[in-house]
Design a protein around this ligand. Structure first.
Ligand code: PLP
Length: 395
């Protein structure tokens, strides 16, 4: 009998975490690697947030299990922040706090999918969507975005992939990895189509606060009551408050689905770490200036990094509107440098130019790579300069 379950044959390790492990190994060997592969802010969590957790630990409040759905004060803070940011009102039964947004999505797929249920995944996509759908024994169905359309999907493209088995679609705007944001009109079309066909909209809004150069972020759930009823919002504190290590995310939406997610959590994680929950209350309720300070820093980096990257021969780059990634199509450069795939080119960049980026294949875009600008300006500029010199040398 095989050691592993059959479903593990189709599950791959998170490519972003694998890249990070690979570059850490080279760093441990004393090699000066510039890491532009990671998906986490390089900033520290604010002191006010850290203090809230420390106090909860010291006065003993963090020593115990919390309710599975999260501390009532944190659920209130989530609802209040969502109201302030979007105008959307949710009741207490419509909220769950989870161990990061990743765990919110995991619980959601476990709660809603039957074997063979199909989930439309808009590609390029964040690496975990497809694997989580498969772990829940559902079938991810890719809908491929094209660079000439800023990698955004239209309703007719969704309609082409719709079947009787289509249960949900995952929308991630601003997108990881493309940084593109759907407009109000585009969202309204998608929302109305999903309502008409009773398809659940999973709206991953984790980068909703990281928007640059005057672009606007709209939460699809704000567009009509029908769309709101059919949408599960996914969000968290990781990216907005530089809190990736604390592992706090949340979901809002239909109370039966949220109840299902709570039941899944009650048999798996029990509750998110109590001290982290106290920290998240401070993050959501406290002074929001820290968010704007980080946003401005990311915007400056994007505006400096974008032209530098676009100037590399064979790189085709669309300027992102949000999140903290650039996603160049580097097929021409890879070929000109003698590589038969972008995956091999990315390995070459790591091993010879000593810069870690992530191959696009894991995001459903084999001609691209993802470079993160969650790094200080000097590091970012040096990293891009190394890639540029490497390409010129190899061509
Ligand atoms: N959704 C997207 C699009 C992401 O990029 C990430 C993290 O990289 C997550 C969700 C998960 O975030 P976390 O689990 O840290 O809250």
């Amino acid at each position: 009998m095989s050691k592993l379950a059959k479903r593990m044959e189709h599950i791959s390790e998170s490519i972003t975490l694998a890249t990070s492990a690979k570059s850490k190994k080279l760093i441990a060997q004393g090699i000066d690697i510039i890491g532009l592969g990671v998906g986490e802010p390089d900033f520290q969590t604010a002191d006010t947030i850290k203090v809230a957790a420390i106090e909860a630990i010291q006065n003993g409040r963090a020593s115990y299990y919390t309710p599975t759905a999260g501390l009532p004060t944190l659920r209130d803070a989530v609802r209040e922040r969502t109201l302030l940011d979007t105008g959307l009102v949710y009741s207490d039964a419509e909220v769950i706090v989870t161990d990061g947004a990743k765990n919110a999505l995991y619980n959601l797929f476990q709660a809603i999918l039957n074997p063979k249920d199909e989930v439309l995944v808009l590609a390029p996509f964040w690496v975990s969507y497809t694997e989580q759908v498969k772990l829940a024994e559902g079938t991810p169905v890719l809908v491929n975005g094209r660079p000439e359309k800023d990698y955004k999907i239209t309703v007719s493209e969704l309609e082409e992939k719709r079947t009787n088995q289509t249960k949900a679609l995952i929308l991630n705007s601003p997108s990881n990895p493309t940084g593109m944001i759907y407009t109000r009109e585009e969202l309204l079309e998608i929302g109305n189509w999903a309502v008409k066909h009773k398809i659940l909209i999973i709206s991953d809004e984790i980068y909703g606060k990281l928007i640059y150069n005057g672009h606007e972020f709209i939460s699809i759930a704000t567009l009509s009551d029908e769309i709101k009823r059919q949408t599960i919002l996914i969000n968290g504190v990781s990216k907005t408050y530089a809190m990736t290590g604390w592992r706090i995310g949340y979901a809002l939406g239909d109370r039966d689905i949220i109840k299902g997610m709570i039941d899944v959590a009650s048999h798996s994680t029990s509750n998110p770490t109590a001290a982290s929950q106290y920290a998240a209350i401070e993050a959501l309720n406290g002074n929001q200036e820290i968010v704007e300070t980080m946003r401005l820093a990311f915007e400056e980096r994007l505006n400096i990094a974008y032209p530098l990257l676009a100037a590399i021969p064979g790189f085709e780059v669309i300027k992102p509107q949000g999140a903290f990634y650039l996603f160049p199509n580097v097929k021409k450069a890879a070929t000109a440098c003698g590589f038969d795939s972008v995956d091999a080119f990315v390995d070459g960049i790591l091993e010879e130019a000593h810069v870690a980026v992530v191959q696009g294949s894991g995001f459903g875009a084999k001609d691209n790579f993802r470079i993160s600008y969650a790094a200080d300006l000097e590091t970012l500029k040096t990293g891009i300069a190394r890639i540029h010199q490497y390409v010129l040398k190899k061509m």
